[in-house]
Ligand binder design. Structure first.
Ligand code: S3P
Length: 437
């Protein structure tokens, strides 16, 4: 049983903190290092359940690794010995836990292997759509059987085959789908091309390039020659922007607050929230702190003020998709209307995040209208503390803990907080440090 978050409102926030490593980059670091041709030292790996599951899956596929800092369950620095792409058939099922990224990227790798594997996940992951990767991977020649209770869902039995390159137009702006295809494309002769409907997170492209694989991006077309070798390299993972986002909003929406967040990943395909918050009137300064593996990072100085509502532009949505629950909280505190539409993808995340965000905001007295593809929030009235559930979704748990800090009155209790360990170990301590002794 996890402890609920019990949060009372604060009058100010100040200080400096560093969030743990980026989740998207940590999954890719484990996979790419494991496919590379030598030894890779990966530092500031995210020691969360999701990323550890991917690392363990790579271990079952024959990748040796050692923990240089942290523990076996919570590795922070790793030495990973690449296989040069020669993976072994796994002994048991590969358990991806709660992670869509883990399952979809691993499916891409496994599609091109000369063996069969089974990918399983928890209840939430076993209800998420896998057809979106199965269609392109089967076009490339793989055979993937869904064995879930829900049609088109995990467990997945992946029968690897020799693959052929394809050109694929993705129906949705999904980095997981794009990455599954590119990873399968590594095992196919010829040019694999993915055409995306809108720009979305490009960690796979940047990191493959950093591992010596030439990936070409031309507008929304991404192309890569198959059978390239990933060259081993060391990698320092930046802090996760999506984890930092909870504190960015906490400080931005509280007049007089000042928070500094150091070592935050600032890949422009992840940071649309900063543009939106600035448009809403937030004071945010960015101080660059360097780059590694093509991934920029920096220090964010956030100064709070009264926010004003805004309309999120369609092209911004994929680049703030994981920040919508906390952005909705900002919208509820801002004067005027905040519209978040064109975001139907939220319905197939760890929970239906349109439904769970709207439900919890309403419990706190927020005025919000639900649409098939998003929500429209009329802000300005203050939120009040309430008792609610995360529904097993880490970002819902954290967004509403922060909402509790910003509520005008009353105590907020968020139940089902174990899920936070999938992406942000240490969140509860950071939350406590915000409230003070
Ligand atoms: C991710 C891509 C996004 C995002 C998820 C991580 C990734 O999902 O929501 O948290 O690491 O590639 P989609 O590809 O489904 O949009």
């Amino acid at each position: 049983m996890s402890q609920p978050f019990e949060v009372s409102s604060v009058t100010t926030l100040e200080g400096e903190l560093a969030v743990p490593g980026d989740k998207s980059i940590s999954h890719r670091a484990a996979i790419f290092a494991g496919l590379s041709d030598g030894i890779c030292r990966v530092s500031n790996f995210l020691p969360s359940e999701d990323c550890v599951n991917t690392l363990r899956a790579m271990g079952q596929l024959g990748v040796a690794f050692e923990v240089a800092k942290g523990t076996a369950d919570r590795p922070v620095d790793l030495v990973i010995e690449g296989t040069g792409g020669a993976l072994q058939a796994p002994k048991g099922e590969l358990d991806c836990g709660n992670s869509g990224t883990g399952m979809r990227l691993l499916a891409g790798v496994l599609a091109g292997q000369p063996f069969e594997s089974v990918l399983v996940g928890d209840e939430s992951l076993s209800g998420r759509p896998m057809g979106r990767i199965i269609t392109p991977l089967e076009k490339m020649g793989a055979l993937i059987e869904t064995r879930g209770v829900k049609p088109g869902c995990a467990p997945l039995r992946v029968r690897g085959r020799s693959l052929q390159a394809i050109t694929y137009e993705m129906p949705m702006a999904s980095a997981q789908v794009k990455s599954a295809i590119l990873l399968a494309g590594l095992f196919a002769p010829g040019t694999t091309t993915v055409v995306q409907p809108a720009v979305n997170r490009d960690h796979t492209e940047r990191l493959l390039n950093a591992f010596g694989v030439r990936v070409m991006t031309d507008g929304n077309r991404i192309s890569m020659e198959g059978r390239q070798i990933l060259r081993a390299r060391d990698l320092v993972v930046p802090g996760d922007f999506s984890s930092a986002a909870f504190w960015v909003v906490a400080a931005a929406a509280l007049p007089g607050a000042r928070l500094v967040l150091s070592n935050v990943g600032l890949n422009p395909t992840r940071t649309a929230l900063l543009d939106v918050l600035r448009r809403m009137g937030a004071g945010i300064t960015i101080e660059p702190e360097g780059e590694d593996g093509g991934e920029p990072r920096g220090r964010l100085v956030v100064e709070g003020g009264k926010l004003a509502g805004t309309v999120i532009r369609p092209e911004e949505v994929p680049n703030l998709i994981d920040e919508v629950p906390i952005l909705a909280v900002a919208g509820a505190l801002a004067d005027g209307v905040t519209a978040i539409r064109n975001a139907a993808e939220l319905r197939v995340k760890e929970t239906d995040r349109i439904e769970t965000t709207v439900r919890n905001l309403r419990l706190m007295g927020g005025e919000v209208e639900e649409f098939d593809d998003g929500m429209v929030i009329t802000g300005g009235t203050s939120l009040r503390g309430a008792e609610m559930r995360s529904h097993g979704d880490h970002r819902i748990a954290m967004a509403f803990a922060v909402a509790g800090l910003l509520a005008g009155e009353g105590k907020t209790v968020v139940h089902d907080t174990a899920c936070v360990a999938t992406s942000y170990p240490g969140f509860a301590d950071h939350l406590k440090s915000m409230v003070g002794p």
